[in-house]
Structures are given as structure tokens and as C-alpha cells.
Design a protein. Structure first.
Length: 289
């Protein structure tokens, strides 16, 4: 006999996080790392334990520059995924000083020659490693990068935080895979272009409600057409309501405490994770009218 589903565990204490929207300069990894360090210090000064910066923030999301200068725009990872690049030293120091975990977008060159759009993790000791390689590549990204082959979950205290990057969050299966792994939240460094505001605001609210989990959405802002980005960074509660949202223009650091009691109450009231059928995508009946 099939056993009834059990409750999904929630953390014991709140976790303060930051979602950042900011502009980076194409090709200037050192300068962008310094900007990231400043933003992280702003976040940790307001109590953040986790800071999420946008997709490809370190080299900037500018495909012509990424195509023309891979040696200058990429950071190199060793076989263990460790990144030892002196251009990132200010960011390492900011993470250490703030005792924070920092998730920041980068272009990564792996020892086997793969080039990925990745989320780097700068841990509270200042060590940098590749946390996650983007699985769903969008449009022209496919000409420059290869897709990652696995998901990733970041553990901070007893919080489980799934990692996604931009276009990943457009696929319900991606957020659900994180939730199925026990995620309480979903961290999404992103780069949404001007004109996509409706989809930007819908996707991540939906992923939060789909999976009754917090979503921390960081986004690029500024730039020049056709590489102009629209901000709107946000933190969503487990029912998809924005707890904080940035404007469509300008820099912003949104600091929010994720509350385990709200998480538990949402999951008790909205049981999608517990009530989902194991064979939802199985056999179907076709009707003719």
C-alpha cells in the first residue's frame, strides 16, 4: 500500500538574503568584481548572510565581447571547480569580512575546454568555486557556451537553496527539481532585457508558488541597446508575492529575511509538493468531439 506523503521539513531560524540589481562593464572583470564587492558590503552591512548578484555579472552580459575576448572575460576553474583569479580578490575579501555566501554570475573555462555560464560561490572564508553551470541556454548563448548537466543546491545553515540562472527559471521543471531535492528557496542570477518586464515578473513568482518556496531573483540593469537590461530584482514569498522589488532602472540591493514560519504555513495550506502525482506525465486519453 502506498504510504501517505510526509511533511516537508523547514529550517529552524530565519535567513537574511540580498537580491542585487546592478550594471556591469563589458569585459572588465576586475572592475566588476570591485563593484560586486561594494554591493556585497552594502548587503552584509544590512545583515545579509547570502547575496545574489546577476547573471554573467563579472564579465558583463554582452555577447559580442564574450565572443571576441574569451581569455579576458572568462575565469578558469581547476578540476575540482576551484577558481583562483586575483581579479576576484576584492570580492573574496568582502565575503570574508561579511561572513557571507555570495552567488555571482561568471563565464567559466573548465580544464576539459568546456565554457559555461556559471554561478560562482564565494564562501564566507573567501574561497571561490563553481557552484552551478546553466542548463538552459538561451538564443545566442548556445553559440558560445555549453550547457551544464546537473542541478545544484546550496546549503546555508539548515536552509536548502536551489540554484538556477535566468532562462532556467522559465522551465517549471527546473524549479520543481530543486524543490524535489528539498529546496526552501531558489536563487536566480539573471539578465533580462528591456521589454521583457511582464515575463520577468511572472516566471519567478510562478516558480515560488509552484513549489511553495522563496525565490531570490537578481537581475542586470542598464547598458546600451540591444544589450539593455531591465532591473526589477525581487524576493518572492512561497506564494509568489513580492516581498521586495527593484525599479526597472538604477542600482538596488534588496535585503529580506526568509521566514521559516511563513514557509511552513504556506506548505501546510498549499500542498502541491505533497499532493503531486508520481506519474503526472504518463498515459493520456484522447477525446474526439
Amino acid at each position: 500500500m502506498t504510504q501517505p506523503p510526509t511533511a516537508v521539513a523547514v529550517p529552524a531560524a530565519p535567513l537574511t538574503v540580498a537580491a542585487v540589481q546592478a550594471e556591469s562593464v563589458p569585459g572588465d572583470v576586475a572592475g566588476n568584481a570591485a563593484s560586486a564587492a561594494r554591493l556585497v558590503r552594502h548587503a552584509t552591512g544590512r545583515g545579509a548572510r547570502v547575496a545574489v548578484l546577476p547573471e554573467l555579472f563579472l564579465p558583463a552580459y554582452h555577447l559580442p565581447t564574450l565572443a571576441a575576448d574569451p581569455a579576458g572575460t572568462d575565469v578558469a576553474a581547476d578540476a575540482a571547480g576551484t577558481v583562483d583569479d586575483p581579479r576576484l580578490d576584492p570580492l573574496r575579501e568582502a565575503a570574508r569580512d561579511g561572513a557571507a555566501a555570495v552567488v555571482v554570475g561568471a563565464a567559466v573555462r573548465h580544464p576539459d575546454g568546456r565554457r559555461t555560464i556559471s554561478a560562482l560561490l564565494v564562501d564566507p572564508t573567501g574561497d571561490v568555486r563553481v557552484g552551478y553551470d546553466k542548463q538552459q541556454l538561451w538564443s545566442g548563448e548556445q553559440e558560445l557556451f555549453v550547457a551544464g548537466d546537473r542541478g545544484a543546491t546550496l546549503l546555508v545553515d539548515d536552509w536548502r537553496l536551489g540554484l538556477g540562472i535566468c532562462y532556467d527559471g522559465c522551465f517549471p521543471e527546473h524549479g520543481r527539481a530543486a524543490a524535489a531535492d528539498g529546496a526552501h528557496g531558489y536563487l536566480c542570477p539573471s539578465g533580462y532585457l528591456a521589454g521583457s518586464e511582464h515575463r520577468r515578473d511572472l516566471y519567478y513568482a510562478a516558480r515560488a508558488l509552484d513549489n511553495t518556496m522563496y525565490v531570490v531573483f537578481a537581475n542586470l540593469v542598464g547598458g546600451t541597446d540591444p544589450w539593455r537590461f531591465n532591473g526589477g530584482a525581487a524576493v518572492y514569498d512561497p506564494q509568489g508575492r513580492p516581498l521586495a522589488r527593484g525599479a526597472d532602472t538604477g542600482e538596488s540591493v534588496l535585503v529580506v529575511a526568509l521566514d521559516p514560519e511563513i514557509l511552513a504555513a504556506s506548505r501546510a495550506a498549499h500542498r502541491m509538493l505533497l499532493d503531486r502525482l508520481p506519474g503526472q506525465g504518463g498515459a493520456r486519453t484522447t477525446l474526439t468531439a
